[in-house]
Write a protein of this length. Structure first.
Length: 507
């Protein structure tokens, strides 16, 4: 409906050949964020050895990026609608590269947590801007579906490039080098983007409301922090206070958006069942998968003894499956139905996670590789189609804010998943019984146990490593089982929420 209201001059601009070159710049930004997210898990054992973080600090290093980015995505998406998506994308990419250097040279766990938080601020400018620019570059629905598929496929490719390149760097340099791979990507993105990306913004955006920005940030961080702390340490007065503060701030944010003439986020979007169903599916899907994603690299390296580069290659099937599925997802959704593709994709991811509950310390790679391939295919179909549904549900002037909602669901799901499922793994692991004389530090994390074992006599070291690895694998079983249950329930919910939802077709 929206596309039929566009004036003829815009249609001519939409069809210019340069739109595909511009898309290549946008996917570089996606690659920048995807590589950064996946490479961290591979570097975790080295960070544990060098900086000696506690188990809680290790989780914060992993999820503070998601906390901050989730709190700022809506605000930054709305800011891009106002000041220009090209401007905020290129500015954010420049800052992202600079902050990556701070991450690389962090010398304490606290400094690395701070650097990751600042990286989240910069990262919040990138993802909404890329999807919003796709919405404005491609108004032909089939072309847009392909563009979104390429966008999603690049994000998936980043999950493969990150571990492989990171594994090579970790085999030759120190762990901080994995953050420096952001720099060449950022330089190419900015230099090419200046020349190829068109500027786009909402012609009548209204003011950027700072009170709404603060309410969104405080609300998201407060709620996610409370969930994380409650899952790790139980419900304490401080945790309860943070949760109540976050909930109150989010309530204030929603109320303010409903009463403002030009809100940061048009809450009426959620009245559309397709939009809200797609957002909810994304959130729960990432929540269910994130525990596996965060702990898989540790399993491959610290339990099975693989080298970083080998561990990166071992994770490749998930990215290959997601790339292949993402490129054909739009066509499949038009041939069958949106809900069939999304629900089917989520169901097979859930079944693959269930298979991972059978992993042992010496499980052969064919089982793991096949499960990861299925996870990638299912996720590629689901995420690509839900992103298309979200983009096609809104006018192009609101593309930044709507894209930010999609990315907020993704980041919030990742943060909650690492907090909840990660806490399951950590809680089970901490209770393992080691040989007499096992230092308390070995109970903080598997990385700490491996490091501690090097200082013990051979017999005691072997007993410690066996007990620690068995406990870690048991925790991974429980997290995978919980993730499988979440994915299967989400598949059922998506079947009903996305009923009669269709992707737009040309004409």
């Amino acid at each position: 409906m929206t596309s039929t209201l566009q004036p003829a001059p815009m249609a001519e601009v939409e069809k210019r050949p340069g739109r595909w070159l511009a898309l290549s710049v946008l996917v570089l930004a996606v690659l920048l964020v995807a590589v950064d997210a996946t490479v961290l898990g591979l570097a975790t054992p080295y960070i544990s050895e060098d900086l000696n973080p506690s188990g809680t600090q290790l989780l914060w290093i992993g999820d503070v990026y998601s906390f901050v980015i989730a709190g700022l995505l809506v605000s930054m998406g709305s800011l891009g609608d106002r000041i220009g998506r090209k401007r905020i994308l290129l500015g954010g990419a420049t800052v992202f590269g600079a902050i990556s250097v701070l991450n690389a040279y962090a010398t304490t766990p606290e400094l690395l947590i701070l650097a990751r938080a600042l990286l989240g601020v910069a990262g919040a400018t990138l993802m909404p801007a890329t999807l919003a620019l796709i919405r404005n570059l491609f108004h032909d629905p089939r072309e847009r579906s392909l563009a979104v598929g390429i966008w999603g496929a690049t994000a998936s490719a980043g999950t493969a490039v990150g571990p492989i390149v990171g594994g090579f760097l970790l085999g030759h340099f120190w762990w901080g080098s994995v953050f420096l791979i952001n720099l060449p990507v950022m330089v190419v993105l900015v230099l090419v983007g200046i020349r190829t990306l068109p500027e786009s913004r909402n012609p009548d955006p209204g003011p950027w409301d700072l009170i709404s920005v603060v309410l969104s940030l405080v609300g998201m961080i407060g709620v996610v922090y409370a969930v994380k702390e409650a899952a790790t340490h139980g419900l304490t007065p401080a945790t309860l206070a943070a949760g109540l503060l976050g909930a109150a701030a989010l309530y204030g944010f929603v109320h303010r958006q409903l009463t403002m003439p030009t809100p940061l986020l048009d809450m009426r979007l959620f009245r559309k069942r397709g939009f809200s169903g797609a957002v909810l599916a994304d959130l729960l899907t990432v929540l269910g998968m994130s525990g596996l994603v965060f702990f898989l690299s540790q399993y491959l390296q610290l339990v099975q003894g693989r080298r970083p580069f080998e561990a990166g290659l071992a994770e490749l099937p998930a990215a290959v499956g997601a790339v292949a599925a993402g490129l054909v997802a739009g066509r499949a959704a038009r041939r069958f139905s949106v809900r069939a593709v999304v629900s089917g994709g989520l169901a097979v991811v859930g079944l693959a996670l269930a298979v991972l509950t059978t992993l042992g310390r010496s499980t052969g790679y064919p089982v793991l590789g096949a499960a990861l391939l299925v996870v990638g295919v299912g996720a590629g179909f689901s995420f690509t189609v839900t992103a298309d549904v979200i983009l096609s549900s809104v006018p192009k002037d609101q593309a930044g804010a709507a894209s930010a909602v999609s990315e907020t669901a993704y980041e919030l799901g990742a943060a909650l998943g690492i907090a909840l499922l990660g806490s399951i793994v950590t809680g089970v692991y901490r209770d393992f019984t080691g040989p007499a004389g096992t230092p308390e530090a070995a109970h903080e994390s598997l990385g700490a146990a491996v490091q501690t074992a090097t200082t013990l006599p051979a017999h005691t070291s072997a007993e410690l490593l066996t007990a620690a690895r068995d406990a870690f694998v048991h925790g991974l079983h429980l997290a995978s089982g919980a993730g499988a249950a979440v994915l299967l329930a989400t598949a059922a919910a998506a079947w009903f929420l996305l009923k009669d939802q269709k992707l737009e077709s040309t004409g």
